[in-house]
Design a protein around this ligand. Sequence first.
Ligand code: IDP
Ligand code: MG
Length: 151
Amino acid sequence: MERALLILKPDAVQRGLIGAIISRFEQRGLKFQGLKLMQVDEALARRHYAEHEGKSFFNGLVSYITSAPVVVAVVAGKPGTVELVRAMVGATNPAKAAPGTIRGDFGVDIGRNLIHASDSPESGERETAIFFQPHELIGEWNRSLDGWIYE
Ligand code: IDP
Ligand code: MG
């Protein structure tokens, strides 16, 4: 299974969009392996976004992601799942994100872009490991409709 970490950022939670956003992944047919509400602290934010350290938006990004609770989730599917999830999320800047994507349907500002999604299968594994303990994840579980989603 290929996995992506999702973070429904503080703006998504504050705006009451948890259900609307989670629904899209369920409706697409992706399977959740983990899901929780949490408060991200500064150390975790810096670790997660380490690749952006030193960029002009880094401090604002850390403040944003630590400003209020988030929902974190791991979604899994066949190879290609990370790319599919990124397509559902849309461009980083919601003002440029296509309608039909999460950012393109719910956001307008790059600093309030609602959701994080891993950008590669390797990032998916790295980020899953920093947000979830192994016992918080259900790796393999059967869903009766799986045969109607994958041939
Ligand atoms: P991504 O979330 O689409 O993968 P990245 O380039 O990895 O985008 O940037 C991580 C996050 O940093 C973005 O989702 C956004 O919250 C924030 N960010 C990126 N660029 C800017 C910017 O120019 N201004 C403000 N925030 C930014
Ligand atoms: Mg990124």
